[in-house]
Structure formats: structure tokens, C-alpha cells
Design a protein around this ligand. Structure first.
Ligand SMILES: *[C@@H]1O[C@H](CO)[C@@H](O)[C@H](O)[C@H]1NC(C)=O
Length: 336
């Protein structure tokens, strides 16, 4: 008995010795980073198939955390970054998986009439959420249906403004029934507006929930909602004044360059962005922050944990006529 206990004691001792040797032999920075990674994995329910993948993801995670921390350390920024659900992806992977599926028009921007052309006055700030015209943020996940989410947000907006009734409407209905091949591979808001206009009915999210994949069209649900829109119009391109006149009257769909969005946490995104329009969102407001920076308020479709409860603010009224991250290039809204 006594010798058993002794053996046991020595075994434990040697295990501790090995463990403490291991931990001290790792650079302590890597050690705390690997704890950070594990905590993050648990929080985001991330699992890796094998050690090789885990090692690869750890290294990407490490680089991202260092970048985010050093960005936030610099003073005087107008926005902050955070280690969010996209922290184990390279920028290229992130853009391909979550933000690469808006299809820019091949024809260029067709000219169309602009019903807000003669709007004289707009209020200095506006948040369509306060008016009940914006439904809760959803998560498109790994399916590239940003275009459907962007279009539906604009449709929900005009429907609520016209009828006073707020209903979360179905992206899936559009994806399954619009006749285009695979909604997860991308699309355009115009197609969604045209489909809803022709169809005359758009199911609610409750009746036709989002599946993160394209399915078979089954639209004649008994409780489908009659959603009346009579087409769409295009905001004159590269003109933030025109965009303001439109957004002052209803939420507007826009294509956007999402290359600075990956780790956005809060604040007004400012600085050098691009104009590669690979993602789509909806502009649901505008205003000026406490530091006097004018911003656009955008509803995204990456869930409520991303950014400011699923929203992002971008600098408004910049010198570049394309608008911050190109948001003034390709803006459309449904008419009703
Ligand atoms: C921007 O759009 C507004 C409203 O349509 C228009 O009055 C103005 O002339 C446009 N500005 C430019 C530079 O095209």
C-alpha cells in the first residue's frame, strides 16, 4: 500500500515536471496566445479536423490578434476592431467565404428615373430602426446570399413605411423561387426586386425560414404575405447627396467593398477603403457622431454579434465621389 502510494506520488511528480518543462519551454507569448485561441474556439464552437489544420488556424489567429491589438493601441482612431468570429481566417478567406458574392452589373448602371430628385430638405439625422422600419439582423453564414438580405431589408423598409406593419420577410423565398441557379453563389438586388414585383407575394421569414443553402421553390404557402412593390429605381451613381435624399425617404440597398469589415467592432469606419463591390448591405440611416464625424448607418447580415449589434457606421460625405468603400456607386431601392 505504502509503496503504491509512493509510486503514485512519483508518477505525479514526474508528470508535473514534464508539464512545467513544456510550459516554460514554450515562449510565454505563444502560451498565452494558445490559451486565447482555445477560449476563442470554445466561445465560437470552432473545431478543427486535425492538428495540422489547428496549427495553421492558430498561426492565422495569432497574426490577426496581433494586428487587431496593435490597431486598437494607436490613439485617435475613429473606430475599433475586435477578435470576433472571423479571427481564424485570412483576409482572402474571409472575403471569399462571407463577403464575395455580390454580382456587379455587367451592363453598367442603367439610367432610371429617380423619384427623390426634387427632395428639398432632409433631417440632419435619421435612424429607420427608430421608426420601426428595420427588422432584427440575421446571419447569412457561409452562404453568399448578401444580395437577398440587402434587397429584403429595403423591401421590409418600404412595406413598413407604406403600411405601418413591420414583418421580417423571407430571403429564402427569393433564393429558391427567383429562377436563378444558386443564390449562395451570389446575385443582385435588382433580381430580387423584379422577382417580388412579378410574384406579388413574399413569404415571411417565419413561414419560409432561411436555410443557408438554396432549396426547391415552395412559395404558395397559405399564409404568404402580399407584398406590393412596383419595381425599383437606381440612385444616381457616385453622388452621396442623391443617396442622402433617398435614404431620408426609405432604406436603400447598396453594394460595398467589405475589405475593412472583417474585425470591425464599433465607431465610424474611416480611412482608405477600396471600391471592389463584392458585398451588399442596406443603408438604414445617417447622422453625425459626438466628434462631428458624419456617418452612414448600414445593416449587415453577419449576425448580431458582429460590429455594433450587426450594424456598421461608415464615414459620410467624403471627397471621393464613390463614397466610403464605394457605397455610392451601386445603390437601388424598391418602389411602392
Ligand atoms: C447629385 O444628385 C442630385 C439629386 O439628384 C443632383 O441635384 C445633383 O446635381 C447631383 N450632383 C452631381 C455632381 O451630379
Amino acid at each position: 500500500m505504502a509503496s503504491n502510494r509512493k509510486t503514485c506520488f512519483f508518477m505525479l511528480l514526474s508528470i508535473f515536471a514534464v508539464l512545467s518543462y513544456r510550459t516554460t519551454s514554450l515562449p510565454s507569448e505563444d502560451y498565452s496566445m494558445s490559451i486565447k485561441h482555445e477560449t476563442w474556439m470554445a466561445r465560437h464552437k470552432r473545431y478543427y479536423d486535425n492538428n495540422e489544420e489547428r496549427e495553421k488556424r492558430f498561426n492565422i489567429f495569432k497574426d490577426n490578434v496581433k494586428y487587431i491589438e496593435s490597431f486598437n493601441r494607436v490613439g485617435g482612431q475613429t473606430y475599433e476592431l475586435e477578435v470576433n468570429a472571423f479571427a481564424d481566417l485570412t483576409k482572402e478567406e474571409f472575403l471569399t467565404k462571407y463577403a464575395g458574392n455580390y454580382m456587379p452589373s455587367l451592363k453598367g448602371s442603367p439610367s432610371s428615373s429617380f423619384k427623390y430628385e426634387n427632395v428639398k430638405e432632409v433631417s440632419p439625422s435619421l435612424d429607420w430602426r427608430d421608426k420601426g422600419a428595420v427588422t432584427p439582423v440575421q446571419n447569412q453564414a457561409h452562404c453568399g446570399a448578401c444580395w437577398a438580405f440587402s434587397a429584403v431589408a429595403a423591401i421590409e423598409g418600404i412595406v413598413q413605411i407604406k403600411s405601418g406593419v413591420q414583418t421580417s420577410l423571407s430571403e429564402q423565398h427569393i433564393m429558391d423561387c427567383d429562377g436563378a441557379p444558386n443564390g449562395c453563389q451570389g446575385g443582385r438586388m435588382e433580381h430580387a426586386f423584379e422577382f417580388v414585383n412579378k410574384n406579388g407575394v413574399l413569404a415571411s421569414d417565419k413561414d419560409y425560414p432561411y436555410q443557408m443553402a438554396e432549396g426547391t421553390c415552395s412559395w404558395d404557402h397559405p399564409s404568404s404575405l402580399a407584398v406590393k412593390i412596383n419595381g425599383y429605381e437606381r440612385v444616381p451613381s457616385k453622388n452621396e447627396t442623391a443617396l442622402l435624399m433617398a435614404v431620408a425617404n426609405q432604406p436603400v440597398s447598396v453594394a460595398i467593398d467589405p475589405s475593412l469589415f472583417q474585425f470591425y467592432k464599433s465607431g465610424v469606419l474611416k480611412g482608405k477603403c477600396g471600391t471592389k463591390l463584392t458585398h451588399a448591405v442596406a443603408v438604414v440611416g445617417y447622422g453625425t457622431n459626438e466628434d462631428g464625424i458624419k456617418f452612414w448607418l448600414l445593416k449587415n447580415s453577419w449576425g448580431g454579434d458582429w460590429g455594433e449589434n450587426g450594424y456598421i457606421r461608415l464615414e459620410r460625405g467624403i471627397d471621393d465621389i464613390q463614397g466610403m468603400c464605394g457605397l455610392a456607386i451601386d445603390a437601388t431601392y424598391p418602389t411602392a
